[in-house]
Design a protein around this ligand. Structure first.
Ligand code: NAD
Ligand code: UGA
Length: 441
């Protein structure tokens, strides 16, 4: 089928490349000149394992192209059918997916301005035979509002919801093996189009109305975030009663009604989605006079988590003024270069405020991280970051941190304090090497 994407970010780029891999002809459009220019020159603007190969293959096969919005608009305006009643020509695009950002406003609600802008651009450039599909995460009722806006402006396009559930760092794998595909449609033609697009994956498709589909996405992210906040609170309790949070997670998670996933205690959840989506859902609930107290507790708990982590460090090494702290990991999780709402960034900022000198090493996050943290120094390897430091703090669970030469690291440090806030290291081995080892729970 012929499909297009508006937005070549973490979701749009991955989905566009993978749909092309499945055999569709895909055009991926973005208004960011640098991003499109990089993609046209065979460079990846994001770090996502495995994605580059799929993009290269799809481009070579002639099924994937990247276009700057302004270039695209001018050529589309020549192509769009002048007669809206005319039946769909072979050249027409079957569906256009909107995958632009929905960042939080100060109030917590989702900023939908990018969605509304993109939808208007699509309506002006594509005939009403093209289905508009919103892949971005949008509050319940948004597809309906978009259709109302289009009708008020004389357009009759249909708008469907098709939320995305991929995770950064395993996006390719998640796309190819979805637990389910949710489609929120209000007519059979839209349903048939989406079923046809996903047919090569032979997925379990959940068909709903658009509003339920939109809520499934918010509720799923919020539920996963709730599991994380819960285990983090349990980790705090483990520290008080001398229990082990790793065994607690396992013991709970093996009950299939609970499940082991998302029960890993850490420095709090981050990323471009969980924090913003739970805020947006909480805000939406309040506007409907139906507050969700569980969500509010999770937000509160996760915000406190950052300060709690910083306090664990200062409780051990005292006044941080002038002390060098080596931080390993700045991205919000391993496998990505994304530092949006990363717990590491927040924790580093708290340590900086307390007067610490921060040296960071991250295998993929240095470019974005150094822009957000101009006061921190970014080192080229972990040992450089650790030189004469009073502590090493692990904030992202990169595999390479498990394979460090800990003897060398020990000898590089001024004081051998190891704060493993992802519980990825062998504490006994480190203690044998005379580290003072601190982990979570
Ligand atoms: P992103 O910021 O990485 O990408 C958005 C892209 O859209 C940017 O490249 C931007 O330049 C482009 N853009 C914005 N307005 C445009 C316009 N009018 N025309 C053309 N391009 C435009 O965002 P993302 O992380 O890919 O997230 C997109 C949406 O998907 C969000 O709603 C997010 O909540 C949701 N989501 C994200 C993930 C994830 O892993 N990041 C997973 C599932 C869902
Ligand atoms: C998350 C969801 O898992 C995806 O299904 C969803 O599509 C995506 O948000 C989205 O809507 O953008 P992502 O943010 O890429 O994906 O990463 P996760 O693996 O979910 O991790 C989110 C945060 O929770 C990270 O900071 C991670 O370190 C933390 N986390 C995760 C834990 O602290 N413990 C866990 O057990 C799992």
């Amino acid at each position: 089928m012929k499909i297009a994407f508006i937005g070549a970010g973490y979701v749009g780029l991955v989905s566009a490349a993978m749909f092309a891999h499945l055999g569709h002809n895909v055009t991926c459009i973005d208004n960011n000149h640098d991003k499109i220019s990089a993609l046209q020159n065979g460079k990846l603007p994001i770090y996502e394992p495995g994605l580059g190969e799929y993009i290269n293959k799809a481009r070579l096969a002639g099924r994937l192209s990247f276009v700057l919005s302004s270039d695209f608009d001018s050529c589309r305006s020549r192509e769009v059918s002048q007669d809206p009643q005319e039946s769909k020509s072979e050249e027409e695009t079957d569906a256009i997916f909107i995958a632009v950002g929905t960042p939080p406003l100060a109030s917590g609600e989702a900023d939908l301005s990018y969605i509304y802008d993109a939808t208007m651009q699509v309506a002006q450039s594509y005939s009403e035979n093209t289905l508009i599909v919103v892949k971005s995460t949008i509050p319940p009722g948004t597809c309906k509002s978009l259709e109302s806006m289009l009708r008020a402006k004389g357009f009759s396009h249909k708008v469907a919801s098709n939320p995305e559930f991929l995770r950064e760092g395993s996006a390719v794998e998640d796309f190819l093996n979805p637990d389910r595909i949710v489609i929120g449609v209000s007519d059979q033609k839209a349903e048939a189009t989406l079923r046809e697009i996903y047919k090569p994956l032979d997925p379990l498709i959940i068909k709903t109305d658009p509003t339920t589909s939109e809520l499934i996405k918010y509720a799923s992210n919020s539920f996963l975030a709730t599991k994380i906040a819960f285990i983090n609170e349990m980790a705090n309790l483990c520290e008080k009663v001398d229990a082990d949070v790793e065994m607690l997670s396992r013991g709970m998670g093996l009950d299939h009604r609970i499940g082991e996933a998302f029960l890993k205690a850490g420095p709090g959840f981050g990323g471009s989605c969980f924090p913003k989506d739970i805020l947006a859902l909480s805000h939406l609930a309040k506007t409907h006079e139906q507050p969700c107290h569980v969500l509010d507790a999770v937000i509160f708990s996760n915000q406190n988590r950052r300060t709690h982590m910083a306090r664990k460090i200062s409780n051990t090494i005292g006044d941080l003024k002038g002390k060098v702290i080596c931080v390993l990991g700045v991205t919000f999780k391993a496998g990505t270069d994304d530092v949006r709402s990363s717990p590491a960034v927040d924790i580093i900022n708290i340590l900086l405020q307390q007067g610490a000198n921060i040296r960071v090493y991250d295998p993929e996050g240095a470019a974005h991280g150094s822009r957000l943290l101009p006061e921190a120094t970014f080192a080229k390897d972990p040992y450089e970051a650790a030189t004469k430091a009073e502590a090493v703090v692990i904030l992202t669970e990169w595999d390479e941190f498990k394979l460090l030469d800990f003897k060398k690291l020990h000898d590089t440090l001024a004081k051998p304090n190891m704060f493993d806030f992802r519980n990825i290291l062998d504490g006994e081995q480190l203690q044998k090497l005379r580290f003072s080892y601190h982990r979570i729970g």
